[in-house]
Design a protein around this ligand. Structure first.
Ligand SMILES: Nc1ncnc2c1ncn2[C@@H]1O[C@H](COP(=O)(O)OP(=O)(O)OP(=O)(O)O)[C@@H](O)[C@H]1O
Ligand SMILES: O=P(O)(O)OC[C@H]1O[C@H](OP(=O)(O)OP(=O)(O)O)[C@H](O)[C@@H]1O
Length: 208
Protein backbone atom coordinates (compact mmCIF):
# COMPACT_ATOMS: atom_id res chain seq x y z
CA UNK A 1 0.00 0.00 0.00
CA UNK A 2 1.09 3.55 -0.66
CA UNK A 3 1.78 5.72 2.33
CA UNK A 4 -0.47 8.63 3.18
CA UNK A 5 0.63 12.08 4.29
CA UNK A 6 -1.38 13.48 7.16
CA UNK A 7 -1.19 17.20 7.97
CA UNK A 8 -2.04 18.00 11.56
CA UNK A 9 -2.76 21.52 12.81
CA UNK A 10 -0.41 22.72 15.52
CA UNK A 11 -2.14 24.36 18.46
CA UNK A 12 -4.91 23.72 20.94
CA UNK A 13 -6.63 20.59 19.50
CA UNK A 14 -3.35 18.83 18.51
CA UNK A 15 -2.92 16.83 21.73
CA UNK A 16 -6.47 15.43 21.67
CA UNK A 17 -6.03 14.53 18.01
CA UNK A 18 -2.76 12.70 18.72
CA UNK A 19 -4.46 10.82 21.60
CA UNK A 20 -7.23 9.78 19.23
CA UNK A 21 -4.69 8.55 16.65
CA UNK A 22 -2.91 6.55 19.35
CA UNK A 23 -6.20 4.99 20.41
CA UNK A 24 -6.39 3.55 16.90
CA UNK A 25 -3.00 1.91 17.52
CA UNK A 26 -0.96 4.36 15.45
CA UNK A 27 2.11 5.54 17.37
CA UNK A 28 4.57 7.94 15.80
CA UNK A 29 8.28 7.59 16.51
CA UNK A 30 9.75 10.46 18.63
CA UNK A 31 6.40 12.30 18.73
CA UNK A 32 6.49 12.67 22.49
CA UNK A 33 10.14 13.69 22.58
CA UNK A 34 11.14 17.29 23.18
CA UNK A 35 11.91 17.97 19.55
CA UNK A 36 11.58 20.65 16.87
CA UNK A 37 10.99 17.94 14.26
CA UNK A 38 7.95 18.51 12.03
CA UNK A 39 7.82 15.11 10.26
CA UNK A 40 7.03 11.80 11.99
CA UNK A 41 6.28 8.24 10.84
CA UNK A 42 4.13 5.51 12.35
CA UNK A 43 5.72 2.13 13.15
CA UNK A 44 5.25 0.53 9.73
CA UNK A 45 5.81 3.81 7.86
CA UNK A 46 2.39 3.82 6.22
CA UNK A 47 1.60 7.27 7.62
CA UNK A 48 3.79 10.34 7.34
CA UNK A 49 2.62 12.91 9.87
CA UNK A 50 3.50 16.57 9.32
CA UNK A 51 2.79 19.46 11.68
CA UNK A 52 1.54 22.58 9.98
CA UNK A 53 0.25 25.99 11.08
CA UNK A 54 -3.53 25.55 11.37
CA UNK A 55 -4.58 27.90 8.57
CA UNK A 56 -2.07 26.22 6.23
CA UNK A 57 -3.53 22.71 6.68
CA UNK A 58 -6.36 23.21 4.11
CA UNK A 59 -3.80 24.65 1.65
CA UNK A 60 -1.50 21.61 2.02
CA UNK A 61 -4.47 19.32 1.42
CA UNK A 62 -5.92 21.28 -1.50
CA UNK A 63 -2.53 21.33 -3.26
CA UNK A 64 -1.95 17.61 -2.60
CA UNK A 65 1.11 18.15 -0.38
CA UNK A 66 -0.92 16.19 2.17
CA UNK A 67 -3.57 13.56 1.38
CA UNK A 68 -5.45 14.11 4.62
CA UNK A 69 -5.66 17.07 7.01
CA UNK A 70 -7.00 17.36 10.53
CA UNK A 71 -7.89 20.94 11.42
CA UNK A 72 -10.52 23.22 12.95
CA UNK A 73 -13.48 24.08 10.74
CA UNK A 74 -12.70 27.75 11.36
CA UNK A 75 -9.55 27.38 9.27
CA UNK A 76 -11.30 25.33 6.58
CA UNK A 77 -13.91 28.07 6.15
CA UNK A 78 -11.36 30.88 6.21
CA UNK A 79 -9.04 29.19 3.68
CA UNK A 80 -11.91 28.53 1.21
CA UNK A 81 -9.92 25.47 0.08
CA UNK A 82 -11.51 23.04 -2.35
CA UNK A 83 -11.30 19.78 -0.36
CA UNK A 84 -13.62 17.02 0.85
CA UNK A 85 -14.64 17.29 4.50
CA UNK A 86 -15.37 13.72 5.57
CA UNK A 87 -15.37 13.41 9.35
CA UNK A 88 -16.17 15.46 12.45
CA UNK A 89 -13.72 14.45 15.19
CA UNK A 90 -15.87 16.28 17.80
CA UNK A 91 -12.70 17.80 19.29
CA UNK A 92 -12.23 21.55 19.86
CA UNK A 93 -15.93 22.35 19.81
CA UNK A 94 -16.72 26.05 19.73
CA UNK A 95 -18.56 28.48 17.45
CA UNK A 96 -18.04 31.59 15.39
CA UNK A 97 -19.97 34.62 16.57
CA UNK A 98 -20.40 38.31 15.93
CA UNK A 99 -19.73 40.08 19.23
CA UNK A 100 -19.69 43.65 20.43
CA UNK A 101 -20.48 46.03 23.25
CA UNK A 102 -23.93 45.59 24.90
CA UNK A 103 -24.83 49.20 24.07
CA UNK A 104 -24.02 48.75 20.37
CA UNK A 105 -26.21 50.91 18.21
CA UNK A 106 -25.17 50.95 14.60
CA UNK A 107 -27.58 51.53 11.76
CA UNK A 108 -27.85 48.76 9.15
CA UNK A 109 -26.98 51.10 6.31
CA UNK A 110 -23.77 52.28 7.92
CA UNK A 111 -20.55 50.56 6.80
CA UNK A 112 -19.42 48.58 9.82
CA UNK A 113 -15.82 47.88 10.79
CA UNK A 114 -15.27 44.27 11.82
CA UNK A 115 -12.05 43.17 13.53
CA UNK A 116 -11.23 39.49 13.10
CA UNK A 117 -8.66 36.76 12.57
CA UNK A 118 -11.07 35.45 9.91
CA UNK A 119 -11.71 38.19 7.29
CA UNK A 120 -13.08 35.82 4.62
CA UNK A 121 -15.58 34.32 7.07
CA UNK A 122 -16.66 37.80 8.20
CA UNK A 123 -17.03 39.09 4.62
CA UNK A 124 -19.14 36.10 3.57
CA UNK A 125 -21.40 36.39 6.61
CA UNK A 126 -22.17 40.09 6.20
CA UNK A 127 -22.44 39.86 2.41
CA UNK A 128 -25.26 37.34 2.84
CA UNK A 129 -27.06 39.88 5.02
CA UNK A 130 -26.42 42.70 2.55
CA UNK A 131 -24.51 44.60 5.21
CA UNK A 132 -21.48 46.56 3.93
CA UNK A 133 -18.37 46.06 6.08
CA UNK A 134 -14.71 46.81 6.21
CA UNK A 135 -12.49 44.22 7.93
CA UNK A 136 -9.47 44.81 10.13
CA UNK A 137 -7.30 41.69 10.22
CA UNK A 138 -5.93 40.98 13.68
CA UNK A 139 -3.88 38.01 14.85
CA UNK A 140 -5.12 37.68 18.43
CA UNK A 141 -6.65 39.53 21.40
CA UNK A 142 -9.47 40.41 19.00
CA UNK A 143 -11.80 41.30 21.92
CA UNK A 144 -9.79 44.48 22.45
CA UNK A 145 -10.92 46.02 19.17
CA UNK A 146 -14.47 47.19 20.14
CA UNK A 147 -13.24 48.32 23.58
CA UNK A 148 -10.43 50.43 22.15
CA UNK A 149 -12.60 51.74 19.31
CA UNK A 150 -10.69 49.99 16.54
CA UNK A 151 -13.85 48.26 15.29
CA UNK A 152 -17.63 48.25 15.76
CA UNK A 153 -17.84 44.48 16.13
CA UNK A 154 -15.65 41.38 16.06
CA UNK A 155 -16.08 38.01 14.40
CA UNK A 156 -14.30 35.47 16.57
CA UNK A 157 -14.38 32.06 18.18
CA UNK A 158 -16.46 31.69 21.33
CA UNK A 159 -16.14 28.60 23.48
CA UNK A 160 -17.05 29.22 27.14
CA UNK A 161 -17.82 32.91 26.55
CA UNK A 162 -15.54 33.99 29.38
CA UNK A 163 -13.17 36.07 27.22
CA UNK A 164 -16.14 38.08 25.95
CA UNK A 165 -17.65 38.42 29.44
CA UNK A 166 -14.43 39.48 31.10
CA UNK A 167 -14.02 42.18 28.50
CA UNK A 168 -17.59 43.47 28.75
CA UNK A 169 -18.71 42.14 25.36
CA UNK A 170 -21.72 40.06 24.34
CA UNK A 171 -22.61 37.71 21.49
CA UNK A 172 -24.71 39.64 19.00
CA UNK A 173 -25.20 36.83 16.52
CA UNK A 174 -24.29 33.16 16.50
CA UNK A 175 -22.58 31.91 13.37
CA UNK A 176 -21.20 28.49 12.29
CA UNK A 177 -20.44 25.67 14.72
CA UNK A 178 -16.77 24.76 14.76
CA UNK A 179 -14.95 21.54 15.60
CA UNK A 180 -11.93 19.63 14.38
CA UNK A 181 -12.60 18.03 11.00
CA UNK A 182 -10.87 15.55 8.72
CA UNK A 183 -10.39 16.79 5.18
CA UNK A 184 -9.14 14.92 2.12
CA UNK A 185 -7.46 16.00 -1.11
CA UNK A 186 -9.85 15.40 -4.02
CA UNK A 187 -7.32 13.49 -6.14
CA UNK A 188 -6.10 11.36 -3.19
CA UNK A 189 -9.71 10.44 -2.46
CA UNK A 190 -9.76 8.72 -5.86
CA UNK A 191 -6.17 7.46 -6.22
CA UNK A 192 -5.61 6.36 -2.60
CA UNK A 193 -9.19 5.45 -1.79
CA UNK A 194 -8.23 2.25 0.04
CA UNK A 195 -5.63 3.91 2.30
CA UNK A 196 -7.79 6.96 2.97
CA UNK A 197 -10.89 4.84 3.62
CA UNK A 198 -8.98 2.56 6.00
CA UNK A 199 -7.60 5.53 7.93
CA UNK A 200 -11.05 7.09 8.31
CA UNK A 201 -12.61 3.78 9.38
CA UNK A 202 -9.91 3.31 12.02
CA UNK A 203 -10.78 6.72 13.48
CA UNK A 204 -14.52 6.10 13.26
CA UNK A 205 -14.21 2.78 15.12
CA UNK A 206 -12.56 4.39 18.15
CA UNK A 207 -14.98 7.31 18.17
CA UNK A 208 -18.09 5.17 18.53
N1 LIG B 1 -11.71 28.61 22.80
C1 LIG B 1 -11.09 28.42 21.66
N2 LIG B 1 -10.39 29.42 21.15
C2 LIG B 1 -9.70 29.27 20.02
N3 LIG B 1 -9.67 28.14 19.29
C3 LIG B 1 -10.37 27.11 19.75
C4 LIG B 1 -11.11 27.19 20.94
N4 LIG B 1 -11.68 26.02 21.13
C5 LIG B 1 -11.32 25.27 20.12
N5 LIG B 1 -10.55 25.90 19.26
C6 LIG B 1 -9.92 25.36 18.05
O1 LIG B 1 -8.51 25.46 18.24
C7 LIG B 1 -7.87 26.07 17.15
C8 LIG B 1 -6.88 27.11 17.58
O2 LIG B 1 -5.97 26.63 18.46
P1 LIG B 1 -4.82 27.63 18.90
O3 LIG B 1 -5.42 28.93 19.33
O4 LIG B 1 -3.93 26.90 19.82
O5 LIG B 1 -4.12 27.79 17.50
P2 LIG B 1 -2.92 28.65 17.11
O6 LIG B 1 -2.07 27.78 16.27
O7 LIG B 1 -2.37 29.33 18.33
O8 LIG B 1 -3.68 29.70 16.21
P3 LIG B 1 -3.00 30.87 15.48
O9 LIG B 1 -2.61 30.32 14.16
O10 LIG B 1 -4.12 31.85 15.40
O11 LIG B 1 -1.86 31.34 16.34
C9 LIG B 1 -8.94 26.77 16.36
O12 LIG B 1 -8.62 26.65 14.99
C10 LIG B 1 -10.24 26.08 16.75
O13 LIG B 1 -10.59 25.15 15.75
O1 LIG C 1 -15.05 31.71 24.84
P1 LIG C 1 -13.72 31.41 25.44
O2 LIG C 1 -13.67 30.09 26.13
O3 LIG C 1 -13.23 32.52 26.33
O4 LIG C 1 -12.66 31.24 24.24
C1 LIG C 1 -12.58 32.15 23.19
C2 LIG C 1 -11.25 32.84 23.12
O5 LIG C 1 -10.22 31.90 22.81
C3 LIG C 1 -9.57 32.27 21.61
O6 LIG C 1 -8.45 33.02 21.82
P2 LIG C 1 -7.03 32.37 22.05
O7 LIG C 1 -6.94 31.76 23.41
O8 LIG C 1 -6.71 31.45 20.92
O9 LIG C 1 -6.11 33.64 22.06
P3 LIG C 1 -5.83 34.76 20.97
O10 LIG C 1 -6.45 35.99 21.53
O11 LIG C 1 -4.37 34.81 20.88
O12 LIG C 1 -6.49 34.34 19.67
C4 LIG C 1 -10.61 33.11 20.88
O13 LIG C 1 -10.03 33.95 19.92
C5 LIG C 1 -11.28 33.85 21.99
O14 LIG C 1 -10.54 34.99 22.36
Amino acid sequence: MEHITLALAKGRPANSTIKLLETTGEYFTDLHEDTRKLVFYNANKTIKLIFVKALDVPTYVEKGAADIGIVGRDNILESQADVYELLDLKIGQCKFAVAGKPDHNFSDTQKLTIATKYPNVAKKHFKKKGQPIETVKLNGSVELAPIIGLADYIVDIVETGSTLKENGLIVIEDMDLISTRLIVNKASFATKSEEVGQFINQLKSVME
